[in-house]
Design a protein around this ligand. Structure first.
Ligand SMILES: [Fe+2]
Length: 383
């Protein structure tokens, strides 16, 4: 997804091989990237009702996102202030794949620890601790759940595991998203609904997946069906793509399906280009958006360990189309699934190939220049 491709550069070195499979480097990435930055974790529609919650695994940390009584969202570490028990014991999270767009559960009107029944309001305030009275010198306000930062944009929920630090450093979600909301202002993202979700288990480091998303040099060889619909992806190694305006399809095509067409109407409010062109966005560290006129494929990358990631792919459509009798998203979903599996197969091949004892680092070709940003992004944070 090379936004600004500098054709004058030659080959640039990638990060060194250890960066892609060292457990020690992954541990530093957890702390300095995934727990430190805003992490795209869910859609608001996944927790529609008061008490609905999601249990999320954010790079090894268990987090609860909860719909509170006033309709806002709260997020807490999944740990009781008393003895450190998990508040939700179940290890199952949305990454397990069988929780198709549904909440993990509903707390009712309070969160009760299963160990000694310390009970918290949905917003995290301690409500009761059995047989402990304020006269014992215990002040309830001193024992709220440990907070996780939570903000939303476009119907997406982002969490930040170090909210005090983010606030102190002025690192808001708006700052992290930068010009993205302005670029996508005409897409009705907050009002879209998830018709299908596919969870992929990818045997690759998270950076391999992002670097692959960042370029279309591989498209001609890896994605023949996609290039038949979007011939621009195979021209000049994908190095001259105008992502700001959007990528044109072949004549007569206007969306990511095998035929390049669909019976679904374009989203209301798009401009003439957006009705026929494709847009793509990548917000570090884990949020990837691909936008057609009639649907959006939203990818979140969930690092599991140095050599394994989960990718959740949500397919978003306009509710007015989903309400129509006979609505069938499979033309888009099946095409994307084909393209996605091609990507994950090649990413896993990169992950295995880099373990060759002679491989010290790779190279970015000129048309992969967007990945220079991820090299800088990681180095800036890890030192
Ligand atoms: Fe690809």
């Amino acid at each position: 997804m090379a936004r600004n491709c500098d054709r004058s550069m030659t080959l640039e070195r990638t990060l060194p091989r250890e960066s892609y499979f060292s457990p020690e480097i992954f541990r530093r990435e957890q702390e300095r990237i995934f727990w430190h930055e805003w992490f795209c974790a869910a859609r608001e529609e996944e927790v529609p009702a008061t008490g609905d919650f999601l249990q999320l695994d954010i790079a090894g940390q268990s987090v609860l996102v909860v719909r509170t009584k006033d309709g806002s969202l709260a997020a807490h570490f999944n740990v009781c202030r008393h003895r450190g028990s998990r508040l939700v014991l179940d290890e199952r999270t949305k990454l397990d794949g069988d929780m198709n767009c549904a909440p993990s559960g509903n707390f009712g009107n309070a969160i009760r620890c299963p160990y000694h029944s310390w009970t918290y309001e949905l917003d995290g305030r301690l409500r009761t601790a059995p047989y402990i009275a304020e006269t014992d010198g215990v002040r309830k306000e001193d024992f709220p759940l440990y907070p996780v930062g939570v903000e939303t944009w476009g119907g997406f929920i982002f969490v930040n595991l170090m909210p005090q630090r983010a606030a102190a450093e002025g690192r808001t979600l708006a700052e992290q998203l930068d010009a993205l909301p302005a670029r996508l202002a005409r897409y009705p993202l907050a009002g879209l609904r998830t018709a299908r979700r596919i969870v992929y288990d990818v045997a690759a480091n998270w950076k391999v997946i992002l670097e692959n998303y960042n370029e279309c040099y591989h498209c001609a060889g890896v994605h023949p069906e996609l290039c038949a619909v979007v011939p621009a992806f195979k021209q000049a190694g994908g190095g001259q793509l105008d992502w700001d305006r959007g990528i044109p399809h072949r004549d007569g095509a206007f969306t990511f399906t095998r035929s390049g067409t669909t019976t679904r109407a374009p989203f209301p409010g798009l401009d003439d280009d957006e009705r026929v062109r494709h847009k793509g966005e990548l917000i570090y560290p884990n949020f990837l958006l691909s936008l057609a006129a009639d649907h959006v494929a939203a990818f979140t990358v969930w690092p599991r360990d140095a050599q394994r990631s989960s990718v959740i792919c949500d397919f978003l459509f306009h509710p007015s189309e989903m309400e129509k009798p006979g609505f069938d998203p499979s033309d888009a979903v099946e095409f994307w699934d084909l393209v996605n599996r091609q990507d994950w197969t090649i990413c896993a091949g990169v992950q295995r190939g880099m373990q060759a004892l002679v491989f010290e680092h790779g190279y970015y070709a000129p048309m992969e220049s967007a990945s220079l940003d991820i090299r800088r992004y990681v180095r800036d944070r890890l030192g």
